[in-house]
Design a protein around this ligand. Structure first.
Ligand SMILES: *[C@@H]1O[C@H](CO)[C@@H](O)[C@H](O)[C@H]1NC(C)=O
Length: 306
């Protein structure tokens, strides 16, 4: 059977008497190998995250062979990643994920943006968020440190980082942009290291299920505190983190600050979200704990630096 790109035009039938050539007008349905199989197309799109058009092109090129189609897509992506990245630069990217990685008396929180929620749910994008967080962790905690150290990294700082095996995060981002067809930006990152008798509490809201070793979601918070119940510091840290995500305080305040009602933006005099009988300050006193610092990231929010 000879097939044109759009339809089958010529049908050659061979039998013992010889070959008979027939001209046949037909549609895709009678010529299945030429069109991208719909189920395969969806599968490839889901597993790779490449654009619909590219997945279709790849399946058509390799006669619906998914493995060949996928490796061809990866090759193309490498070539096109950088040119695509520069083309998409400047396109609005307000969706994405906050990634939160906890270490030994240390923590890293990052924000990576993309254009749509669809891409934020793609596992290639989520892998990138994880890679960024791991790179920041490796970069900022390679040396022995003492005391409380907080580092805030800009998107420029982040794109200069390298993976342990040498490739730069900037390359990885371009590749992911090429794969997913959306502008992607490293928004910001913060890394914390605390003395061994301090604690870091954390909370992620709207968490993506199925992540191992990292939490990701739309909101994240880190809270640095001392004291707390002997076996309950994790729970206390989580509750404080939940309050910070929910109530969005902008400053710490003092233990003896008088609450100024609903619009209170200082953490300590705010009404405690998880036990509204108390202010956060009063609750901490009951728990014999003291909060020293906190950070809250909301995906896509505008910050004062911008
Ligand atoms: C973490 O990395 C940033 C960006 O390179 C740097 O400015 C900061 O000093 C680092 N902090 C530590 C504790 O190494």
């Amino acid at each position: 059977m000879l097939c044109g790109t759009k339809s089958c035009v010529i049908l050659i039938m061979c039998c013992s008497q010889g070959c008979l050539t027939q001209h046949v007008q037909s549609l895709y349905t009678s010529c299945p190998s030429l069109a991208a199989d719909k189920a395969l197309l969806l599968k490839l799109r889901k597993s790779t995250g490449y654009t619909f058009i590219n997945c279709k092109k790849a399946l058509e090129k390799f006669n619906n062979d998914v493995t060949q189609a996928e490796s061809w897509l990866h090759e193309q992506a490498k070539k096109e990643g950088w040119s695509k990245a520069s083309k998409l630069e400047g396109r609005k990217a307000k969706e994405g994920l906050i990634g939160l990685l906890m270490g030994d008396n240390a923590a890293v929180m990052v924000e990576v943006n993309c254009e749509t929620d669809f891409v934020a749910r793609n596992e290639k994008f989520q892998q990138l968020v994880k890679d960024v967080a791991l790179s920041v962790m490796a970069h900022n905690f390679s040396k022995k440190q003492t005391g409380y150290i907080k580092s805030v990294l800009s998107s420029e700082d982040i794109s200069k980082l390298h993976f342990p095996e040498g490739s730069s995060l900037a390359d990885q981002i371009a590749l992911t942009i090429g794969r997913l067809g959306e502008n992607i930006g490293m928004r910001r990152a913060v890394s914390l290291a605390v003395p061994s008798d301090w604690h870091i509490g954390s909370y992620v809201h709207g968490a993506v299920p199925g992540q191992v070793g990292i939490e990701m979601g739309r909101y994240g918070s880190l809270v640095v505190f001392q004291g707390g119940p002997k076996d309950g510091t994790d729970t206390l840290g989580r509750k404080l983190g939940q309050h910070i995500v929910g109530e969005a305080p902008v400053s710490l305040g003092n233990m003896d600050d008088i609450p100024c009602g609903e619009s209170e933006t200082r953490l300590l005099p705010q009404t405690f979200l998880l036990d509204p009988k108390y202010t956060v300050g009063q609750y901490l006193t009951l728990q014999n704990a003291r909060v020293l610092d906190f950070i809250r990231f909301q995906c896509g929010e505008s910050t004062s630096q911008e």
